[in-house]
Design a protein. Structure first.
Length: 183
């Protein structure tokens, strides 16, 4: 059964949940597969891939499991990503995306008020890349669209939910402080 789970995690285009694994295995074996057995098999897979023999490992991310490259191979992956940089987000799109992530649900007018510039192009590109989605309409005058992050956003950044986003404290720069901490 572990080999089947390994194959499902490997072939899934996005993180696969334990429920999706269970549904596949139940249909395949024509018998109910307990979640405990699935969790045990995934734990064994994680142990197997801890070895330096493998450049990747199954990681819990985005509400499910997926194979991700180990941090030791960051440099080679960085080169590949640099070569594919045409697909990257622009700085303005990243700024808009961060505003949406931290302030959602949010209208385009509110984004523009924070950024001080028009956000039409950035919002269009983020919708195109499916990193954000329309969550509904505001009750404000004109009933503007409300935007929020999508499941693809969570998958793209390798987090399980929005509570894992870094806080302002994570970015504090203590280099410019004067004196010692105990003063």
């Amino acid at each position: 059964m572990a080999n089947h789970i390994e194959a499902l995690i490997f072939c899934s285009q996005k993180p696969i949940t334990d429920k999706e694994v269970k549904d596949c295995l139940t249909e395949m074996f024509e018998a109910e597969v307990p979640l405990k057995d699935i969790h045990d098999a995934i734990t064994k897979l994680q142990e197997k891939y801890k070895s330096d023999e493998y450049a990747f490992e199954p990681v819990q991310s985005g509400g499910g499991f997926q194979f991700l490259t180990k941090p030791a191979y960051q440099a080679s992956i960085g080169i590949l990503l640099k070569q594919q940089s045409k697909k990257r987000l622009s700085n303005s799109a990243l700024e808009t995306l961060s505003i949406i992530a931290y302030r959602q649900p949010i209208t385009k007018g509110e984004m523009e008020q924070i950024r001080g510039v028009n956000c039409d192009y950035s919002v269009h590109k983020l919708l195109e890349k499916e990193l954000i989605e329309i969550k509904g309409k505001s009750d404000a005058v004109g009933r503007p669209l409300i935007y929020g992050t999508s499941q693809n956003f969570i998958d793209y950044f390798g987090i399980n939910d929005l509570s894992e986003l870094p806080t302002l404290k994570d970015f504090e720069n203590k280099e410019n402080e004067i004196g010692e901490e105990n003063e």
